[in-house]
Write a protein that binds this ligand. Sequence first.
Ligand SMILES: Nc1nc2c(ncn2[C@@H]2O[C@H](COP(=O)(O)OP(=O)(O)OP(=O)(O)O)[C@@H](O)[C@H]2O)c(=O)[nH]1
Ligand SMILES: [Mg+2]
Length: 299
Amino acid sequence: MDGEIKKCGVVAIVGRPSVGKSTFLNSVCDQKVSIVSEIPQTTRNSIRGIYNDERGQLIFIDTPGYHLSEKKFNSKLGTIARQALQDADAILYMVDSTRKMGKEEDAICEMLQPFAEKTILALNKIDREDSHAGMSSIFISGSLKGLSSSQIVRISAKEKTDMASVLEKLFSIVPCGDILYPEDCYTDQAPDFRIAEIIREQAIIRVREEIPHSLYVEIADMEWEKPGKILWVRAFLTVEAESQKPILIGKGASVIKEIRIESMKALRKIFDYRVHLDLKVKVNKKWRSRDKLLDRLIY
Ligand SMILES: Nc1nc2c(ncn2[C@@H]2O[C@H](COP(=O)(O)OP(=O)(O)OP(=O)(O)O)[C@@H](O)[C@H]2O)c(=O)[nH]1
Ligand SMILES: [Mg+2]
């Protein structure tokens, strides 16, 4: 409301892979901001989604799922999540209440310990029959000292259950201040990044095993055709081995064709112009251990 002091703050969403961080972000923004799949480590970058209402603005940062690993690629993802904790006004710690709690959850709690006061714990997936939110809550409360019951919410990010409680608790933590983004803004991602992410989402749901992790998408060029409101985009889907190429292309190019068509449909819902895609598959061996490329792709 005019004249009233607004709240504005950055909220880092953290948690293990596949707990539903990106699903939460999309539900709260009511838009597809961050891609979602059953495959762990779908999110590779810090993706911003912005929530606005009369109370003010929450700038959510969706981070890559945190998991214990020595690999360069994973440690880079972990570094992104850790940096986000330092910088955030509040932290939304998401836990999959259907999964067993253990070593990885303990490691996250240890990482969060200095920030316990600004943390809200969301026990997600309570819509599922195998959810055991009570047990998860006991485990986390034992591991993350100083977390009070008022900081814990049980939600379903998918069904949008109790999202309002999460927002209320987060607004109570973040400071007062002027909003940072225009009120009608729900993300700060550039169109080329969003297009690459949608193509990656459509690709990873159609392939198996190592290929989703071996894949990255790069936009080669984009050309704007103003009269027809069409954006012409040429993109490369790059995998790590020659043997992965035919799988992604499919028999008679059936898989890549489907990726193209479904990506174009998904993009139609995001942009108010048509995005026309031309997709090619390439190989770049061992890209996940190359620092320069990682710096460009994961930030
Ligand atoms: N039943 C149910 N499924 C959910 C819920 N939230 C997320 N999922 C599913 O869990 C899977 C993982 O969701 P994501 O949102 O991609 O998880 P994430 O935490 O962002 O995963 P990473 O990006 O890999 O770290 C998807 O198949 C979602 O549909 C929920 O509240 N209920
Ligand atoms: Mg994600």
